[in-house]
Ligand binder design. Structure first.
Ligand code: CA
Length: 461
């Protein structure tokens, strides 16, 4: 692309305009660490997700900022530890509560990139508030196709509620018809396929402008639902739940393939950075996922809750087929986007620009420490370069995490000096944090009692 600008001599010259890269973030939901080909999955095949790894880098120690959906997404989309702004719980479905979701003090990655003239879209799960003031179209996204709740039914025939006014209980929202911006639509496809289709449509439409696409699949989050097209790929998996989960991951994988093919066909793949990650670890009993060899599961601060499949491609910029073994976190995506788009964030960030690290230019560590807090359980975790500490009432854990990926050997009693050092880091960090600003999923009943009109829809578009 060319435009006219003043040369140093004062003459108008034809000069190439350096366009910042397109940015694509593909987020899966509750996918286990083990359940991608690039981590050696034995039963689930993800050839397209693996293409991202082969085209770029696997971050083997890729973390998210929380062990369940909502707070993890709030961190991802703001580049900040979500407890800094009171997002310490999974929000409830409460369309008339403007405080139930991402506070307006926060700048989203889409708000940020709008300042650099990006076209922006979110396809899939929002989960950052259902009040009109918190709608994706008000949070920097030009386009939204998906749902506001924390999960959804996958088969179109199950989408029987015409809008949120028909929601009478928290999980009813899973049955609402999908939204295209603020309008309800009649979707005909299996949800994962629909989200892939919309993502590809957006890329085609915006191929000439820098764009930001946040493709937030709810798969493979429960309910376990897959079509025969995907189930038929796994006749050998005997456990019907694991088979359905595998099929759901396979549907995502097809979508990822469609997106990569589209970028290549349009010849914009070399000007597009693609991130792939899961929002938290697999909830192994709920969706038959696997976090092997990690200990624990979704909602834990063991690695199985917070370490996720994480890969990044940018052909020509990030060396292909590499592995990056220092800890990185989902919060880094925002900071990387800000650097690539050359735009100043509104708020102080906790992430860092990953590009110098992923290209090998900077051999250091992106972070000296990473932090987690579960306010309701009064639990903290701190990751240093080689160690990890978890502290909760009456129990401490300390692991040499680099050497003990499965967190088998608790050194808390043996090495109290290291333990206390990491605890003091948590105490310092905690001073920057706010108490949760809203009641969460585990306080559903209490919230309904104090907010009897919680499902009342506010019409203000
Ligand atoms: Ca999740």
């Amino acid at each position: 692309m060319y435009f006219f600008r003043e040369g140093t001599s004062g003459q108008t010259a034809l000069a190439p305009k350096v366009q910042p890269p397109n940015i694509v973030v593909i987020l899966t939901d509750d996918q286990g660490y083990a359940d991608v080909g690039f981590h050696g999955s034995k039963d689930i095949r993800t050839p397209n997700i693996d293409r991202i790894a082969n085209n770029g880098v696997v971050c083997t120690e890729g973390y998210v900022s929380y062990a369940v959906c909502g707070p993890s997404r709030a961190g991802l989309l703001t580049g900040r530890y979500q407890d800094r702004f009171g997002f310490g719980r999974n929000p409830l479905m409460a369309p008339n509560d403007p405080a139930m979701g991402l506070p307006l003090t926060e700048e989203t990655i889409a708000d940020l990139l709008k300042k650099a003239n990006y076209s922006t879209a979110v396809m899939g799960k929002w989960h950052l508030g259902a009040h009109p003031t918190l709608h994706p179209n008000r949070r920097g996204f030009d386009e939204f196709y998906g749902f506001l709740s924390g999960g959804h039914q996958y088969f179109p025939e199950n989408l029987t509620l015409k809008d949120l006014s028909e929601v009478k209980a928290q999980f009813d929202a899973y049955r609402t018809k999908l939204l295209h911006n603020t309008k309800r639509v009649e979707e005909k496809e299996y949800l994962t396929d629909a989200l892939s289709r919309e993502a590809i449509r957006f890329i085609r439409k915006k191929k000439d402008s820098p764009f930001f696409l946040y493709l937030a699949y709810n798969a493979p989050h429960a309910p376990l639902q897959a079509t025969e097209k995907y189930l038929s790929r796994y006749p050998e998996i005997k456990d019907p739940r694991r088979r359905t989960y595998a099929a759901m991951v396979s549907a995502v994988d097809d979508g990822v393939g469609g997106i990569l093919n589209t970028l290549e066909e349009l010849k914009i793949d070399r000007n597009t950075i693609v991130f792939f990650l899961s929002d938290n670890g697999g909830p192994t009993p709920d969706n038959a996922s696997s976090n092997a060899p990690l200990r624990g599961k979704k909602s834990d601060f063991f690695e199985g809750g917070i370490r996720v499949p994480f890969a990044v491609q940018w052909p020509g910029k990030i060396p292909a087929g590499t592995r990056y073994n220092n800890p990185v976190i989902s919060l880094d995506i925002f900071a990387t986007a800000a650097a690539l788009a050359n735009v100043q964030p509104k708020n102080e960030l906790d992430g860092v620009n990953l590009m110098p690290f992923l290209t090998g230019q900077n051999k250091g560590f992106p972070h000296d420490y990473l932090y987690w807090r579960n306010f309701d359980q009064q639990k903290w975790a701190v990751r240093s370069r080689n160690e990890k500490m978890i502290t909760q009432p009456n129990t401490d854990f300390l692991f040499q995490i680099k050497a003990d990926i499965g967190e088998k050997n608790n050194l808390a009693e043996k090495d109290s000096k290291t333990l206390n050092g990491l605890k003091s880091k948590a105490i310092q960090w905690n001073r920057k944090l706010l108490d949760p600003a809203f009641l969460g999923l585990s306080q559903d009943k209490e919230y309904s009692q104090s907010h009897p009109d919680r499902y009342q829809v506010v019409e203000d578009f």
